[in-house]
Ligand binder design. Structure first.
Ligand SMILES: Nc1nc2c(ncn2[C@@H]2O[C@H](COP(=O)(O)OP(=O)(O)OP(=O)(O)O)[C@@H](O)[C@H]2O)c(=O)[nH]1
Length: 304
């Protein structure tokens, strides 16, 4: 008779898709970056910076977890926000496991109850990570654990701090337990399947957010118009356009005498250079596209 391990070579290996969902600002991107040890999803103090699904692959002994990072789930009226929620929920359908993240220090009951409602309609197992425990006291945490354990049949409820790295191994173990048996879906060591040019665009968008303060709203999109390797890969030339909705926003992004745009470009270039490990020449353009976030055709063109 053939031994079992020949018939089932992946009997001891687990792999699957993990959808990370939660209210905006729960800390999903911070967790993913921390788990994967490299910056692939942008984070910011403002909610909703993650508008696209970002795939990260984590290899552990005997397991591979493929993370689908989703935008924050919330009820919202604007077409852009409705689209974001749709993307988040459609990600759940693809997942073997849902990792629900909540900000334990600033619960967003509306969004969280809505999420639990959606989860209840599916058979997909779910693990709850109560994040930012570095900001709260134990009795508060115990009350939250009790509340959510009653509200949904989570496979595990794990208090964590994504920023400090507290209990992240415990969280990963809890997820691996739930994953189905199966072979690795990506060659070990694949960090992400996202093209570098997309990540470069996200890095530029993050710098616009960070460096223009509260003055420029979320209605900013970045397209990469050219991305060319030169000098045998020692230099990458990038042309990118920052799309805004109004002339006033264009003025803010460019700044006095072009100072703000220069600052954005330099900060983004340094980060892209770190990611690519080579010199980068980055040229930025700013373009006004009236009301793009309310225009679904424009949204599709920007990849939302
Ligand atoms: N104190 C503390 N802050 C945290 C922790 N995790 C995340 N944060 C902060 O919370 C803010 C939001 O984190 P993100 O990772 O961008 O949140 P997100 O859920 O990906 O947000 P969206 O992209 O809007 O969906 C950032 O300022 C993080 O630094 C934590 O464990 N403790």
């Amino acid at each position: 008779m053939t031994p079992d391990n020949v018939l089932e070579p992946h009997r001891d290996f687990k792999s699957g898709l993990v959808a990370i969902v939660g209210a905006p600002n729960a800390g999903k991107s911070t967790l993913l970056n921390r788990l994967l040890g490299q910056k692939i999803s942008i984070t910011s103090k403002k909610p909703q910076t993650t508008r696209n699904r970002i795939l990260g692959v984590m290899d552990r002994p005997g397991a591979q977890l493929i993370f689908l990072d989703t935008p924050g789930v919330h009820r919202a009226g604007k077409p852009l926000n409705v689209r974001i929620v749709d993307v988040a929920l459609s990600t759940l359908a693809d997942a073997d496991l849902v990792l629900v993240m909540m900000d334990a220090a600033a619960p967003d009951s509306d969004a969280e109850n809505y999420l639990i409602e959606k989860l209840a309609a599916r058979a997909t197992p779910a693990v709850l990570a109560l994040n930012k425990i570095d900001l709260i006291h134990k009795p508060q945490l115990l009350a939250l654990i009790e509340r959510w354990s009653r509200a949904h049949n989570f496979t595990a409820v794990v208090p964590v701090s994504a920023v400090k790295g507290t209990q992240l191994d415990g969280l990963v173990d809890a997820m691996i337990q739930v994953l189905p048996q199966g072979p690795p879906l990506f060659p070990p060591g694949s960090l992400t399947d996202l093209p570098e040019r997309f990540i470069a665009g996200e890095m530029i968008r993050e710098k616009v957010f960070r460096l223009t303060g509260e003055e420029v709203p979320y209605a900013v999109a970045v397209t990469i118009d050219a991305f060319k390797e030169e000098k045998g890969g020692r230099l990458v030339k990038i042309h990118a356009t920052i799309h805004v909705e109004r002339n006033s926003q264009k003025g803010i992004v460019i700044g006095k005498g072009g100072a703000k745009l220069k600052q954005i470009g330099e900060a983004a270039r340094r980060e892209i250079e770190r990611m690519l490990g080579c010199r980068v020449f980055l040229k930025l353009f700013v373009r006004v596209q009236k009301n793009w976030s309310r225009d679904s055709k424009a949204m599709a063109r920007f990849g939302y």
